[in-house]
Write a protein that binds this ligand. Structure first.
Ligand code: SAM
Length: 179
């Protein structure tokens, strides 16, 4: 990911993102939510949070949250998530769809409506990729099969800074929500 200065970094795990995105993903029937982080220390934080809700006192306190976490897993790299999906989908590689608020020349952008139709056709699994920090760096975005058009307001607000958990649930609703 990029940091504030535009440097490539590994970002920290955000507790709130794990909770909110797990719940949103479960609500919209998404089959898996992968947290991607190659740092062992960060992975341990994520494991501790998930263990609390999967097995610890959290499970008795809020079973709905335990249910949301059932489909949340941790991998070190994006390629690991792709490989896991491929292995679980009879060898079919997922379509890798990345998201960004930035306008970057030369990216293969796709409209929400086109991707929604494709998902409905059920031909290929889809992996939606969201960034953290200041977003995914350009060379990573260029490895996507497609990049989703940015979420924008109807009238220009000159401010396009959604949190990843807000962006994720908007994308889920546009692609998978009832209409
Ligand atoms: N300027 C950064 C960027 O590249 O999108 C914002 C990073 S934001 C804190 C974290 C993530 O939320 C982004 O990497 C992207 O996945 C998603 N996101 C945020 N705003 C978005 C928007 N307007 N359209 C699409 N995705 C967005």
């Amino acid at each position: 990911m990029l940091d504030k200065q535009g440097k490539v970094v590994t970002t920290s795990i955000t507790n709130l993102d794990i909770h909110d995105i797990s719940r949103s993903a479960r609500t919209f029937g998404i089959e898996g939510y992968f947290l991607v982080n190659p740092e062992e220390e960060q992975a341990n934080i994520a494991r501790r949070i998930m263990a609390h809700w999967n097995t610890g006192g959290g499970r008795d306190y809020n079973p709905d949250r335990t249910e949301a976490f059932k489909r949340t897993r941790l991998v070190a790299w994006l390629d690991d998530a792709i490989a896991e999906i491929q292995a679980e989908c009879e060898g079919v590689r997922p379509k890798v769809v990345m998201t960004t608020a930035r306008t970057i020349p030369g990216l293969k952008l796709t409209a929400f409506s086109a991707l929604r139709e494709e998902i409905e056709s059920g031909n290929q699994p889809t992996l939606l990729v969201f960034g953290t920090g200041w977003g995914m760096e350009e060379s990573l975005l260029r490895t996507a099969d497609v990049v989703l058009e940015p979420i924008r307001p109807r009238s220009e607000s000159n401010y396009l800074h959604l949190s990843v958990r807000a962006a994720a649930v908007i994308v889920f609703d546009r692609l998978l929500g009832a209409r």
